[in-house]
Write a protein that binds this ligand. Structure first.
Ligand code: HEC
Ligand code: HEC
Length: 370
């Protein structure tokens, strides 16, 4: 008995040492806070997760990968449509959020229904409207049947191999490496470099943290900024969506930045099923949470249009107008108030929001002009 225990222990120690050889710490870019999960990251798990993330063969009919809705050159969001288009052209009810800095999120999705990044991946993998796999067992079998995934899982997770948990952990390991800071704003505010913001942009920042009260929810700290308090508010977007006269209108991008409204029934391949969406209420069943959604980060917001959980606002100018009007009031519990901003003030607020883009991402999206 003793012998067997000792033998077992020595095997797992050797395996432990083997796994540790691939660990490294991820450096945090200027403007982001430190995070424990960025220490002792396993390179093989990250590489495996990256491969899974881009692999279309993981969907039931082999056409859809995570990366097709969370597009690398679009800050891991998607700008083509207000709400995502999933399995066999079905339209989802929500806008695909950017996955950059997802390591800082403790509650995932617009309604915060999922606390665990490793468990989260199973939601799109199994959703009939997304990657359409019929079961966990089916998906694992499918992964095992593909090239050398079995070997890669052994290398990344040792004896555990491919199971529900390791699949989720691989996706999570990759997504935790998707960091974005070091914008012009970060270098000005946290990098102590003067002159990287224009006077108009600085005015916009003054309004953001001052009279416009944006930073009460989109928080800016002394040493770093995630631009979110991770809380949920009903600003009226969801309320309006569920009361609008034409609930099945949505927008489609004709060319970068140009969106047009289309009725679902105009497009054959898109299901005409109307979507109801009660936001955070669906998770808590607390009436005060009806149509409340998570405060999103505003990092790279110039790249991640259209805006809000349903992609119903197309431009930052429209977002600022929305806040200027005090959002949409209903049942008297709107957290916003009208701001009475001048045209110049609105412009400077938009100019400030555009300073939150990481430079390297600006080179990313291919534009028809270059
Ligand atoms: C068909 C498009 C589509 C596919 C495919 C897809 N996603 Fe998403 N993803 C979305 C949408 C839409 C949301 C928001 C859903 C919601 O809030 O209810 C989302 C939300 C998320 C979130 C939460 C982010 C946050 O800030 O709350 C993560 C993480 C994520 N997806 C990762 C993945 C991974 C990993 C895969 C592949 C296994 C994947 N997604 C596949 C569209 C997609
Ligand atoms: C009471 C909290 C609160 C305040 C104050 C606030 N926001 Fe927001 N903001 C939110 C929430 C919640 C959402 C998401 C709403 C939704 O998805 O329907 C959001 C969404 C946004 C978005 C869309 C981001 C995206 O990726 O879709 C932008 C841009 C934005 N806010 C900018 C601002 C600006 C500028 C101000 C100040 C004028 C401001 N916010 C004030 C809570 C707030």
């Amino acid at each position: 008995m003793l012998l067997i225990l000792a033998a077992g222990a020595s095997v797992s120690l050797a395996e432990d040492a083997f796994l540790k050889r691939n660990q490294y710490d991820i450096a945090v870019p200027t403007g982001l806070p430190p995070n424990q999960a960025l220490r002792h990251v396993d390179r093989r798990q990250v590489m495996l997760g990256q491969r899974l993330f881009f692999d279309r063969r993981l969907s039931f009919n082999g056409t859809l990968s995570c990366a097709m809705c969370h597009i690398e050159t679009q800050a891991f969001a998607s700008i083509q449509s207000a709400t995502s288009v999933g399995f066999e052209g079905q339209s989802l009810r929500r806008n695909a959020p950017s996955l950059l800095n997802v390591v800082y999120q403790n509650e995932l999705f617009h309604d915060g229904r999922e606390p665990d990044l490793a468990a989260q991946a199973w939601s799109p993998l199994l959703s009939p409207a997304e990657m359409g796999n019929p079961s966990v067992g089916y998906t694992i079998k499918r992964i095992l049947a593909l090239d050398d995934y079995a070997t890669m899982f052994k290398e990344a997770f040792g004896a555990r191999g491919v199971d529900m948990q390791t699949v989720g952990e691989a996706f999570a390991a990759y997504q935790r490496t998707l960091l974005s800071g070091n914008s012009r704003f970060d270098r000005w505010k946290f990098g102590k470099q003067d002159g990287t913001l224009t006077e108009i942009e600085r005015e916009g920042y003054g309004l953001f943290v001052g009279r416009a009260r944006c930073s009460t929810c989109h928080i800016v700290g002394d040493d770093s900024a995630l631009f979110t308090d991770f809380k949920y508010y009903a600003t009226g977007i969801g309320y309006r969506a569920s009361h609008r006269t034409n609930p099945d209108a949505f927008s489609v991008e004709l060319e970068p930045g140009v969106l047009t409204h289309v009725k679902r029934s105009d497009i054959d391949s898109v299901s005409a099923r109307p979507h109801s969406d009660l936001g955070r209420f669906e998770v808590t069943l607390n009436t005060a949470d009806k149509w409340a959604y998570k405060t999103p980060s505003l990092r790279n917001v110039a790249l991640t249009y259209p805006y809000m959980h349903d992609g119903s606002l197309n431009t930052l100018e429209q977002v600022v107008d929305f806040y200027d009007a005090g959002g949409i009031h209903f049942d008297g519990n709107n957290p916003l108030e009208p701001l009475a901003l001048s045209t110049d003030e609105k412009m400077s607020l938009v100019a400030f929001l555009k300073t939150l883009t990481e430079d390297s991402l600006l080179r990313g999206p291919p534009s028809k002009n270059n």
